[in-house]
Write a protein that binds this ligand. Structure first.
Ligand code: ADP
Ligand code: ASP
Ligand code: MG
Length: 467
């Protein structure tokens, strides 16, 4: 049994959905299909909700009406072309129409109440995947397969109530995923499950964080105990860096869980960083494949770390992050201050991406740009009063991560990496203190990020020059 996950571009239009149906049809093993929203739809939903909440009441309905028409049209056009069986197409059009009505009413509510909570935003975001599973399941049925659309919750993914970035209740999933999906699989039905969205214990819709469909796929794979989790996307696999920055980036045949996790964590969006852990826990191989070039063998992500394939295996860049610099002699005089800071941030659900080498009177760490305001608010707490003299935010920096299992035990590699930055005239703002065994990461100004990636790629990957 396997899981096949198709991302946004893989279900971006009727032509792609037909291609997906063909790929699923060719797969003879039992399978669960996981799909994202059609390309760009989650962004559109997000924008619409954030726009409507700020509109004057008298224009809310007009604005929502226009948006409703656009979304309905996009999906209905795809259905008409991707689902050849007229009866099935009509059924799916009815389902999608019903969903867009609920979406419309929810948006009008947000507009009139001028209130967009994380819970409401998750609800709005969920429509993208809820529509795409109807279409993909319809396309499979139209090709003669028995398929059933399901939400992540119906497939057994139950989470806590942390809207926007919900955490699966792992112990529950051990039972719920199997009991939800096995009866269908036993009857030869292909479950087509929404990626990204789940629900809390009260059945309220939650999401796993943007790009989270990969995570849904690996959770389902883990708790069903599948042979392989396949991530079908729009590139041949994991490449030595983002091909949008370096077009000559090369395909990596095999990479370890740890290396893939670090690459994804530091910005390689080809897979979601959280997706690795469930697969790693159960030692399930993850295969990244190209929907548009299915003949390519892709990248296999496994436990073993192959050190021979070049010391530096890949590079990634994480943008949209900010550094918070805390200063004050009080920091040195107060025991356990770092723990207090990190606890305050943790309680506010703010993820610390990187921590720098801190002097006694200085503590620096990196968070997502979208978390900065929230972080500053919680750090102004009484607990820290008197300890901090100033808090500075640097929000035009990015993280560069150099990944490769072979770097461990290779003498002077960090010096060579930093020399490359110096040769490019690039200043290092911060170097990670607790880099994992398989990566070296540092921060530079965002406007020189791509330049440094190109230089590192040329030196360590294209020319394989460690001198
Ligand atoms: P999907 O919609 O299928 O989930 P994403 O857009 O989330 O796809 O991820 C695929 C994209 O990831 C690629 O188009 C590519 O630009 C980007 N990417 C970033 N880093 C890498 C990398 N190291 N290897 C391959 N792709 C990468
Ligand atoms: N549709 C969601 C997003 O755009 C989830 C995903 O594509 O993985 O973030
Ligand atoms: Mg993705």
């Amino acid at each position: 049994m396997i899981v096949m996950k198709f991302g946004g571009t893989s279900v971006g239009s009727a032509r792609e959905i037909l291609r997906v149906a063909e790929l699923v049809g060719k797969e003879k093993r039992k399978k669960v299909v996981v799909v994202s929203a059609m390309s760009g739809v989650t962004d559109k939903l997000d924008k619409a909700a954030k726009k409507v909440v700020n509109l004057p009441a008298e224009v809310v309905e007009k604005e929502v009406d226009a948006f409703h028409k656009e979304i309905l049209h996009q999906h209905v056009s795809a259905i008409k072309e991707a689902i050849t069986d007229k009866g099935i197409a009509e059924e799916v059009i009815a389902g999608v129409t019903l969903l867009t009505h609920s979406l419309k009413f929810a948006l009008i509510g947000i507009g009139y109440l001028e209130d967009l909570s994380p819970k409401s935003l998750d609800y709005i975001h969920s429509f993208g995947e809820r529509m795409s599973v109807l279409i993909v399941a319809g396309a499979l049925r139209s090709k003669g397969m028995d398929a059933k659309p399901l939400t992540g919750y119906e497939a057994g993914i139950v989470t806590n109530s942390c809207f926007g970035c919900a955490r699966p209740l792992f112990k529950r999933l051990d039972n719920t995923v199997k009991t939800s999906l096995n009866p269908l699989l036993d009857k030869g039905i292909v479950p087509v499950v929404t990626g990204y969205i789940a629900a809390d214990e009260d059945g309220r819709i939650t999401t796993l964080g943007r790009g989270g469909s990969d995570y849904s796929a690996s959770l389902i794979g883990r708790y069903l105990g599948v042979k392989e989790v396949q991530i079908w996307t729009d590139v041949d696999g994991i490449l030595t860096t983002d091909p949008r920055t370096v077009p000559s980036a090369r395909l990596i045949d095999v990479i370890s869980y740890m290396e893939a996790m670090d690459l994804a964590y530091f910005g390689a969006k080809v897979i979601h960083s959280k997706m690795i852990e469930p697969a790693m826990d159960a030692d399930i191989p993850v295969r990244i494949l190209n929907t548009f070039n299915p003949g390519c063998k892709g990248t296999l992500v496994v436990k073993e770390q192959k050190q021979i394939e070049g010391i530096v295996k890949a590079l990634s860049i994480a943008k949209n992050v900010s550094i918070i610099n805390m200063k004050g002699v009080g920091l040195a005089e107060t025991p356990n201050i770092a723990a207090t800071v990190f606890n305050l941030l943790g309680d506010a659900n703010i993820n610390i991406i990187m921590i720098s080498a801190a002097s006694e009177a200085n503590l620096s760490f990196v968070v997502k740009k979208t978390d900065v305001q929230n972080a500053l608010n919680v750090l102004n707490s009484e607990l820290l009063e008197g300890c901090i003299r100033s808090m500075e935010v640097i929000d035009d920096a990015c993280i560069i991560a150099v990944v490769g299992a072979g770097m461990r035990g290779t003498k002077g590699i960090a010096a060579k990496i930093f020399q490359t930055a110096a040769d490019e005239g690039v200043n290092l703002i911060m170097i990670a203190q607790g880099s994992s065994e398989v990566n070296i990461s540092f921060m530079v100004k965002e406007n020189v990020g791509d330049k440094i990636i190109k230089a590192l790629h040329k030196r360590f990957i294209e020319n394989n020059n460690l001198k």
